[in-house]
Every structure is written in structure tokens, then in C-alpha cells.
Design a protein around this ligand. Structure first.
Ligand code: PLP
Length: 363
């Protein structure tokens, strides 16, 4: 068969261990999964209420324009409906952007390490990938990223707060970057963890979209909104950009349940505020642990933290797994001597921190 040469060495996404896998493997009754940056508090009661009352007609296609959700988002964000593209997760937005702008002969620039889907999709489209190392504090090197732009560059990906480092781009640096990006380049700013950011100088990306016509901001219902299983993400940009991308998406890419649930979730900003506050408290518990034990970490604006143990990250991962805590080894994330931990509930955090102390005492 005539497979695209670009896909020769691609590997299918490797899902992390499931809770059931780990229970069986170690004979444990309870497992705490803090590996995929999911919301430990679940989702808003408004979503539950919506689901219990809704009378779905599954035999009919969903609204391909997702009018209700689009309208809610437009009001919530204070932008036009035509400035929004909805995706089956922001993963699909990444795919749509790549499909529309990347091909052989073009190149695309991204930080490293970052969210792997930018590179994955660029490879499928045959574009050249230019990765620019984060600095040693886990921040984007925007000067270097600008310097990498040439006539063939189509897309620059920024991730802030960045997964996995957790660091965010400072407003002045972002603006100076956007001021310098040439007009043939789309800048994508992935803000999957936007709702968790508490830094005082965190920028208003919606305002930036109004000011910069070639900036696209991506957000998702998968993280703070706690709806990862329903798959809803969105992009916001100038209407001209969105109108080029809209024909590239599948016509019914958000299912009927997801559309309604996401709109219901949006009405409960108190839930988001509580999650943000509690996440910050949990983050402080891990900072405290690191300060007491001398472990290195990146300050994080997300709901996760990378902690460097100075030994093979897999070893830390295995130990924590055997005690019933699933985290992510930094090995596959670009930080081989670290693990990435999703901030959990206070109880989960306390338990994991005790377990980490146990591990440190042992070694
Ligand atoms: C989790 C994550 C996403 C994926 O979000 P979905 O909307 O679930 O597809 C995108 N970007 C980053 C940086 C993420 O961490």
C-alpha cells in the first residue's frame, strides 16, 4: 500500500496505566491517579443537573454549529460567535490547524519539552519541526523562537502555562513576541490550563486576540472544567482565521451530550474559582515539600508540578505506583530525572507527600 512516508515511524498514543490495571498489579484497594492533569474534584453539579434533566434524542445528528455552546462561550468571553472554533478536544483544534497550514516545504516552531501533539501532527503533514529548548527555568525562549522564523514558517506554537514545565509566558515578553512575528505566520497559544493561573501579571489572551489578527488561543473543557471524557476544546481568533479553519473540521465534531454539558459547566464559574483556589493551596503543599527536602521543581501556574529527584524518574514512578499513586515519569516528558504530579485533593496530596517522604527516607 502507498502509506505516506511521513507516518513510517509514528507510534500510537500510549495511554497511561488505568486504575484497574494498577489495582490488579499490586493488589491494592484504592488508587489515586494524578497523572493526566484531570480535575480531582470532578465537574460542576450544574453538569449533573443538566444531564439528569436532558432528554436526548440520540438518533438525530447534533447541531454541527453547536449554537448553544458557541453562544454561551461568546457571551462568557465577550467575543463574536464567528471568532470561535469548537473541537473534539483541543487535540482536534491542533489537528485542524496543522491540516490547514502545514505541509512539505513548510516548517513549524515549538518549545521543547511541550505538549507532544503539535509535533505529532506536524510530522503527519510532512512539515519540518523546529524545536526550541525551554530555558533551565522551564520558560519559553521567545527570542530564539523568533530567530527561527523564516519565509517557510507557517505556525509557531506557544504553550502557557506550559505542559509539562508549568511555567507561563510573561505578558511583556508575549507582547514583544507578537509584535515581531511576521505576517505570514500564525501564532497558536495553547492555554489548556488558563483557568488555574493565578499569577498577578498573567495576561488577558482574549484581549490579545482582538489586537493581534494572527493569534489563535486554544482552551479546553478537559482540565479545570473536569470534562476530559466528553472531549470539548475551542480556539478563538480573528474571524478571518476561523473562517479558513471551519471548513476543515468534521461537520459534527462535538456530540450532543458534550455540547450541552460544556454549556452547563460554563454557567458555574464558582466551581472554577474554587478549583483554582484549592489547586493553589495544593501546589503550595508540594512547594513546601520541595523546600524542606531540597528537591528541585518548576514553579507552576497549572494543576501539575514537575519535581526533580536527581535519579531515574522511572524509579520514583515505580515506587509511587507500588504504593497506589499513579504519576507520570518525566522520562517520556523530557525531564528524565523528574516526575510530573497532578495536584489532587488535600487528602490525596497529603498521602502522596507522605509517600514521597517515605521514598526519600529509604534512599
Ligand atoms: C491536556 C492538554 C490538551 C488537550 O486537551 P483536550 O482538549 O483534552 O484535547 C491540550 N494542550 C495541553 C497543553 C494539554 O495539557
Amino acid at each position: 500500500m502507498n502509506w505516506k512516508t511521513e507516518i513510517e515511524n509514528l507510534k500510537a498514543y500510549q495511554p497511561g496505566k488505568t486504575i484497574d490495571d494498577v489495582k490488579k498489579m499490586y493488589g491494592l484497594d484504592s488508587i489515586v491517579k494524578l497523572s493526566s492533569n484531570e480535575n480531582p474534584y470532578g465537574f460542576s453539579v450544574r453538569v449533573k443537573e443538566y444531564l439528569s434533566k436532558a432528554d436526548f434524542t440520540f438518533s438525530i445528528y447534533p447541531d454541527g454549529y453547536a449554537k448553544t455552546l458557541r453562544n454561551s462561550l461568546s457571551e462568557h468571553l465577550g467575543i463574536e460567535e464567528k471568532q470561535i472554533i469548537l473541537g473534539n478536544g483541543s487535540d482536534e483544534i491542533i489537528q485542524i490547524i496543522s491540516r490547514g497550514l502545514l505541509q512539505k516545504g513548510t516548517n513549524t516552531i515549538m518549545p521543547a519539552p511541550t505538549f507532544p501533539q503539535y509535533k505529532h501532527n506536524a510530522v503527519i503533514e510532512g512539515a519540518t519541526v523546529k524545536e526550541v529548548e525551554l530555558d533551565d527555568r522551564g520558560k519559553h525562549d521567545l527570542g530564539k523562537m523568533i530567530a527561527e522564523i523564516d519565509d517557510d514558517t507557517s505556525v509557531v506554537w506557544l504553550c502557557s502555562p506550559n505542559n509539562p514545565s508549568g511555567e507561563y509566558i510573561r505578558e511583556d515578553e508575549l507582547i514583544s513576541f507578537l509584535d515581531r512575528v511576521p505576517s505570514h505566520v500564525l501564532t497558536v497559544l495553547d492555554e489548556a490550563y488558563f483557568e488555574y493561573a493565578t499569577a498577578e501579571d498573567y495576561y488577558d489572551s482574549v484581549e490579545l486576540v482582538e489586537k493581534y489578527p494572527r493569534l489563535l488561543v486554544m482552551r479546553t473543557f478537559s482540565k479545570a472544567y473536569g470534562l476530559a471524557g466528553l472531549r470539548v476544546g475551542y480556539g478563538i481568533a480573528n474571524e478571518g482565521i476561523i473562517s479558513k479553519l471551519e471548513p476543515l473540521r468534521e461537520p459534527f465534531n462535538n456530540n450532543i451530550v458534550a455540547q450541552g454539558a460544556a454549556a452547563a459547566a460554563l454557567t458555574d464559574q464558582d466551581f472554577i474559582d474554587r478549583c483554582r483556589t484549592d489547586n493553589r493551596k495544593g501546589m503550595e503543599m508540594f512547594y513546601e515539600l520541595c523546600k524542606e527536602t531540597g528537591l528541585k521543581y518548576f514553579p507552576s501556574q497549572g494543576n501539575f508540578i514537575v519535581i526533580d529527584f536527581g535519579i531515574d524518574g522511572d524509579e520514583v514512578f515505580q515506587y509511587l505506583l507500588s504504593k497506589g499513586y499513579i504519576v507520570r515519569s518525566g522520562k517520556a516528558l523530557g525531564y528524565p530525572s523528574a516526575v510530573r504530579i497532578t495536584i489532587g485533593t488535600p487528602e490525596q496530596n497529603r498521602g502522596l507527600i507522605e509517600t514521597i517522604r517515605g521514598f526519600l527516607d529509604r534512599t
